[in-house]
Ligand binder design. Structure first.
Ligand SMILES: Nc1nc2c(ncn2[C@@H]2O[C@H](COP(=O)(O)OP(=O)(O)OP(=O)(O)O)[C@@H](O)[C@H]2O)c(=O)[nH]1
Ligand SMILES: [Mg+2]
Length: 312
């Protein structure tokens, strides 16, 4: 059987391995970029601004020998809002589920205080889960002689260097992880790369265009709700609400003469058409939901599945 035939065969051997790898680290270190590089397709949005990823998301790697489910998680930081708390909780939950923890560090600042905090959290929450350290963005550093101290951050079974943006070090990383995974079956079909539905991906694509085109608090204060997603044979109709937290932010997102929202719409539509492989009709409306990042009920409406507070 060729490698390709054996990947698509349902007949994996007794030595097939599978499991969950939690990809964690500070915001903006390149977790989502790395997962996109591993699965070979953009399944998670990426930006140069911190706190881009807000929810747990799966990236599925499949070969003849193994299936590794990578959990992309929000960057671990000190939360200032209910939304921030939700994000850090999502990262902690990912840790608890995982067979292996892949801790990503940024080579241009490998041992920031935030990383020491994360080392403490790992030791407290998952003291017994094996860790692999990944030093990403190695392209940004000329003098690599100082890389030594990131190894001292925490006990680990292996440490590797990557440049996720250029997809360097990815196959070495997979080769390192496979023998560490438990024996197990293939959970998802070989051609499935994520478990996100199209509505979620559409909302994320629009959110990415907002993050890219705005600054200051607006990327963090914006959320996208898909009100309608209707697929016809030749065109997909999408209606989306963009929520911000204040009237002044709404003005900025709409822009002078509607210029900004037009740009966001044009860019998002192009990306959506690329993803769906067909024509897209996109309508967006900008709305204000005051301080929604502290409003649990509204966050739930946006799809951030916060558990209802238990009565005591
Ligand atoms: N130079 C360089 N930049 C990188 C590399 N990997 C990722 N980046 C950039 O780093 C920025 C952050 O990448 P993300 O993948 O969004 O980071 P993240 O860790 O998922 O961030 P959060 O979701 O906010 O926690 C983006 O601008 C990426 O293009 C790399 O290897 N080298
Ligand atoms: Mg991310």
């Amino acid at each position: 059987m060729s490698e390709l035939d054996s990947i698509f065969s349902d007949d994996w051997g007794e030595d097939h391995r599978s499991g969950l790898v939690a990809v964690v680290g500070r915001p903006n270190v390149g977790k989502s970029t790395l997962i996109n590089a591993i699965v070979g397709q953009k399944i998670a949005i990426v930006s140069a601004k911190p706190q881009t990823t807000r929810q747990r998301q799966l990236g599925i790697y499949t070969s003849a020998a193994a299936q590794i489910l990578f959990i992309d998680s929000p960057g671990i930081h000190k939360p200032k809002t209910r939304m921030g708390r939700y994000m850090v909780d999502a990262a902690h939950d990912a840790l608890k589920e995982a067979d292996i923890i892949l801790w990503i560090l940024d080579a241009s600042t490998p041992t920031a205080d935030e990383d020491r905090q994360i080392a403490r959290q790992l030791a407290e929450i998952v003291p017994n889960t094996p860790r692999v350290l990944v030093l990403n963005k190695t392209d940004l550093v000329v003098d690599q002689s100082e890389f030594g101290d990131f190894l001292a951050l925490s006990a680990h079974v292996d440490a590797l260097k990557t440049c996720a943006k250029a997809r360097l070090g990815v196959s070495e990383l997979i080769d390192c992880l496979i023998p560490l995974m438990p024996l197990g079956p293939r959970y998802y079909p070989a051609d499935q790369l994520s478990e996100s539905n199209l509505r979620f991906i559409a909302a994320e694509i629009i959110r990415e265009r907002i993050i890219e085109n705005t600054s200051d608090e607006i990327p963090h204060s914006s959320a996208v709700l898909i009100n309608r997603f209707r697929e016809r044979s030749d065109i997909t109709y999408i209606e989306a609400s963009i929520y911000v937290e204040r009237g002044s932010q709404k003005g900025i997102v709409i822009g002078k003469g509607g210029g900004m929202i037009k740009r966001i719409g044009v860019e998002a539509r192009a990306a959506l058409e690329d993803m769906l492989g067909g024509q897209v009709h996109l309508e967006t409306r900008v709305k204000v939901q005051k301080n929604w990042r502290s409003n649990e009920e509204f966050m739930r409406r946006l799809g951030y599945s916060i558990p209802k507070r238990q009565r005591s």
